[in-house]
Design a protein around this ligand. Sequence first.
Ligand code: TMP
Length: 237
Amino acid sequence: MKAELVYEGKAKKVYRSKSAKDQLILSYKNDATAFNGKKKASFMGKGRLNNEISARIFPYLHEHRIKSHFIERLNETEQLVYETKIIPLEVVVRNLATGSIVKRLGFEEKTPFNPPLIELFYKNDDLDDPLINDDHALLLTDITYKELNEIKAKALEINTALRELFQSINLELIDFKLEFGRLQDGMIVLSDEVSPDTCRLWDRTTSEKMDKDVFRQGIGDLVEVYEEILQRLEARS
Ligand code: TMP
């Protein structure tokens, strides 16, 4: 049962849960945005698909000893999570060069990063989520140096687990973005969502893009692609 709306983001609404005061309800919206909200659309079914997909990914990560805010899927578009105080960092892990790193630093498209490359962005819409370094992250958030290193190590562990998951459904995990949050007891856990909105996934056979880039670049049907990912995940379990 949900109580008052706590926050509305671009892709989700966050409600307080009536049953427990340290729990929230995430309601996935049909809206899609790109380029910091400059491109916008709504797709019937997108909220359900990202809810269903992330409600399969978080338990998979739990099985791989990755703690997150996720508790359970409640219905088609909602999931129950522990309340966290989001650390305003977007932690991006890259296995192959594409997207902003190609434009920003001139890497050739598909350059492999081995070990995977981690980048930090400051989660701040007014500033357009700028790339930052570790020292900036320590100044701009309440995390310690040790916690920052733990977050990075966790991001790499998540990368290993997710690459395996997606490989098993014939998808290559190119890169993705994570957010972490602090539980009431201070522990830092994976938060937000893990979905085709926040990952780049390429079909291993056809190289077809199967993520939000189909919307960002206007090259395909977002709902069809997300539905295909969900079906592959369902077939796996
Ligand atoms: P980028 O190449 O545009 O920096 O994106 C890196 C990864 O982060 C890619 O998988 C998409 C994801 N991402 C988000 O989840 N949210 C964002 O706002 C941006 C810019 C990227």
